[in-house]
Every structure is written in structure tokens, then in C-alpha cells.
Design a protein around this ligand. Structure first.
Ligand code: GDP
Length: 416
């Protein structure tokens, strides 16, 4: 082996150069094979106004027509369109998820514009955290939907950022790697573009907004990345059109005065963006998502749930102890709540009993009153009946008397 060769100084020993990999120098190959078998996944979030060129740029980046319908400007609120595509380049499969804002910037209420984006980012972190906390977790085949990069599309105004841009970026910069892009950069002249770029960077710094910094700790990419960091935000142009330049067909935009070549580095920063995103920094973007943004979400979330690595005395606390304390606290709270519920229930029952008693008394009084009225009525009727009976007796008496006097008159007439 090489090691054996370097140790031995005996000139009689024959050195053989190996043709394949033996021993643990095969490890990288194993990793590569395993990764290819597993496939790669990458999740991109595109934030920008409707019609700013999000779909066109994604199509240009992946050199495919990811067909979809055009969005309108008339949505009442901002939504997110999520689509997953299975792409393949040579034998490398890539599961690409593209999330795009719909109706962004079309509403008057700015908070309503960025909140759905923030909620979406958090929801993906939460789903991953829930999977992690499961007893039987399957993170190997879990489709990780956490967003690895946010391409933020800035309108090519040539002035400065809009307040919505600042608000949104401020609210998402701790949740995702932001790469700011000047969209439709073909509408700005070279000098305008330089001024615009430095205005944007100045505004981002003065507002304390953190954008993704291309890493400089890797010797191979440090130099390129350092110069690239100074070029942000990237001025991009997207197009799926094939245009003839000389004898070649290139991807570009045809204007009356000439052709803008998307893949020409002196025309725009598209190639830089594509190389950084897909060739050199995809793994770092995924790494940053997991180690920085997800970690931040996870620790905040667990702290909110009451977990801490150290106790009040700054001593490490065991998970078991913390769990027991939390459990006792929870049980105590349950008991307190049960007690409170019982008290409220008893109070309610008492109140109801009182109202029932009042109602019963009211009914009883009403009944007594009606009974009295009825008795008085009966007495009155009795009196009237008595009077009527007297009148009837009087009537019969008068009748009998009149009959007797009538008979006497008749006898007297006959006699005469
Ligand atoms: P989305 O709503 O943000 O997805 O925007 P689209 O990608 O559908 O683009 C809207 C329109 O802008 C289309 O007519 C595109 O041809 C055009 N467009 C896209 N990218 C560019 C660009 O870089 N420069 C110019 N001038 N137009 C572009």
C-alpha cells in the first residue's frame, strides 16, 4: 500500500500502484453510492409579486417546463402553491419541491402578505419536529419539506426596496436562507443596476436583515464564494426561449435592439446563481437549514413547552427529572382545574335551585290567588242562585194566587 511504501526505505521493495480502492479509502465511494440510491431532495421557496418572473426563472434554472397555470392579481389573500417534481440528470434523481407565493403584494394589508409565508416555514419545521419526537420515527424515508432556500424576487425599480420586501425578509430571515434576486434585470442599465444593488445591500444592513452568506470555510470554494458574496443581490433574467446568436442557439430574450443571453455572465448573474445553487452550495444550504434555522425553531419551541438544558441554579437537568416535574405540574394543574370546575358547577346548581324555588313560589302564589278568586266567584254564584230560587218561589206563589182569583171570578160570572 502507499502507507507501507512510505514507511519502507529499502530500495529493493517494489512499490505497486493500486488500480482500485482497498480498505477505508472506499468510504467516500460508499457514501456516494448510498446517496445516489437514496436520491436527493431540494426545496425552494420563491417569494415575489405576481408576474415578477418566478415560474420563468425556476424553469430556466432546471431547464424544464414545469407546466402550470398563470396566477391572477385578484386573490383576496396570499397563498402558497406547492408542487413536487421528480427530476433526473444523468442517473442522479432529484425530488424538487417548488413553493411559490400567489397574490403576494396584491393586498393593501402588508401583514396579511408575509404571515402566510412565515406560517408555512414554521409548519414544515413543526412537522419535522413532530416526526423527530415520535418513539417510532422514520426519518430515513421521511419527506423533509423544510425549505432550504428562499429566492426573494425584488422588483427592478432601480430605487430601493419596498416596505413589504423589508417586512417579509425581516420576518423570515431567522427561518430560512434568503438569496435576494433582482428580477427582470434586463430592464435596468448596467450603472443603474450597480447603484440599485448597493442601495439594496445598504438597506438590508441598516434594517438588520440577515441574508444567506456563501460559506468561506471550504478552501475549494472560499475564494469564489467571497467574491460572490460581494455581488449580491443577483441580477437575474429568465427565459425558456431559444434564440439564434451567430451559429448557436442560446437561451435568451430577443429584443428589437439585440439579444439578451441568459447564460452569458456579462449580461446577467443567472449562471452564477445556478452554479451556486445547484453545483456548489446545495449541501451547505441544506446544512444551514438543519443546523441553524431548524435548531433555532426547535430550541424556541421546546423552551416554550418548558424544557431547559439547565435548571435555575445553572446545573444540568436530566430529561427524566424535568419530565417528572412537568408531569407533576400538569397533574396539579388538572386537579386545580377540576376543583374549580366542581366549585363552578355547585355554584350553578345552587343558583338554579334558587331560581326554581322562586318560580315555584310564584306559581304557588298565582295558584292561591286564582283559588281565592274562584271561591269568591262560587260564593257570588251561590248568592245569585239563592236569590233566583226565592224569585221562583215568589213567582209560583203569585201564580197560584192569580189562578185562585181567576177561578173565583169565573164562578161568580156563572152565578150571575
Ligand atoms: P410569476 O407570476 O412570478 O411566476 O411570473 P412569470 O414567470 O409567469 O412571468 C410573467 C411574465 O414576465 C411572462 O410574460 C414572462 O415572459 C416575463 N418574464 C419572466 N422573466 C423575465 C425576465 O427576466 N425579463 C423580462 N423582461 N420578462 C420576464
Amino acid at each position: 500500500t502507499e502507507a507501507g511504501c512510505s514507511l519502507g526505505h529499502n530500495e529493493n521493495i517494489r512499490c505497486l500502484t493500486t488500480l482500485g480502492h482497498f480498505g477505508f479509502d472506499c468510504l467516500p465511494t460508499q457514501l456516494v453510492n448510498k446517496s445516489i440510491q437514496k436520491g436527493f431532495s431540494f426545496n425552494i421557496l420563491c417569494v415575489g409579486e405576481t408576474g415578477i418572473g418566478k415560474s420563468t426563472l425556476i424553469n430556466t434554472l432546471f431547464n424544464t417546463n414545469l407546466k402550470e397555470s398563470k396566477s391572477s392579481h385578484f386573490y383576496s389573500k396570499v397563498g402558497l402553491k406547492v408542487k413536487t417534481y421528480e427530476l433526473q440528470e444523468r442517473n442522479i434523481p432529484l425530488k424538487l419541491t417548488v413553493v411559490k407565493t400567489v397574490g403576494y403584494g396584491d393586498q393593501i394589508n402588508k401583514e396579511a402578505s408575509y404571515q402566510p409565508v412565515v406560517d408555512y416555514l414554521d409548519a414544515q419545521f413543526e412537522a419535522y419536529l413532530q416526526e423527530e419526537l415520535k418513539i417510532k420515527r422514520s426519518l430515513v424515508d421521511y419527506h423533509d419539506s423544510r425549505i432550504h432556500v428562499c429566492l426573494y424576487f425584488i422588483a427592478p425599480t432601480g430605487h430601493s426596496l419596498k416596505s413589504l420586501d423589508l417586512l417579509t425578509m425581516k420576518n423570515i430571515d431567522r427561518r430560512v436562507n434568503i438569496i435576494p434576486l433582482i428580477a427582470k434585470a434586463d430592464s435596468l442599465s448596467k450603472s443603474d443596476l450597480q447603484r440599485f444593488k448597493s442601495n439594496i445591500m445598504g438597506e438590508l444592513v441598516s434594517n438588520g436583515i440577515q441574508i444567506y452568506q456563501f460559506p468561506m470555510d471550504d478552501e475549494d470554494t472560499a475564494q469564489v464564494n467571497a467574491s460572490i458574496n460581494g455581488m449580491l443581490p443577483f441580477a437575474v433574467v429568465g427565459s425558456m426561449e431559444e434564440v439564434k446568436v451567430g451559429k448557436r442557439m442560446v437561451r435568451g430574450r430577443h429584443y428589437p435592439w439585440g439579444v439578451l443571453q441568459v447564460e452569458n455572465e456579462s449580461h446577467c448573474d443567472f449562471v452564477k446563481l445556478r452554479d451556486l445553487l445547484l453545483c456548489t452550495n446545495m449541501e451547505d444550504l441544506k446544512d444551514q437549514t438543519h443546523t441553524q434555522h431548524y435548531e433555532c425553531y426547535r430550541s424556541n419551541r421546546l423552551q416554550k413547552l418548558g424544557f431547559n438544558d439547565t435548571g435555575p441554579d445553572n446545573q444540568p437537568v436530566s430529561f427524566q427529572e424535568m419530565y417528572e416535574t412537568k408531569r407533576q405540574e400538569f397533574l396539579g394543574q388538572c386537579q386545580r382545574e377540576e376543583e374549580e370546575l366542581k366549585q363552578t358547577f355547585m355554584q350553578r346548581v345552587k343558583e338554579k335551585e334558587l331560581t326554581f324555588k322562586d318560580a315555584e313560589k310564584e306559581l304557588q302564589d298565582k295558584f292561591e290567588h286564582l283559588k281565592r278568586i274562584q271561591q269568591e266567584e262560587i260564593l257570588k254564584l251561590e248568592e245569585e242562585r239563592r236569590k233566583l230560587e226565592e224569585q221562583i218561589i215568589d213567582f209560583y206563589k203569585t201564580k197560584a194566587a192569580s189562578e185562585t182569583s181567576q177561578v173565583q171570578v169565573c164562578t161568580n160570572v156563572k152565578k150571575d
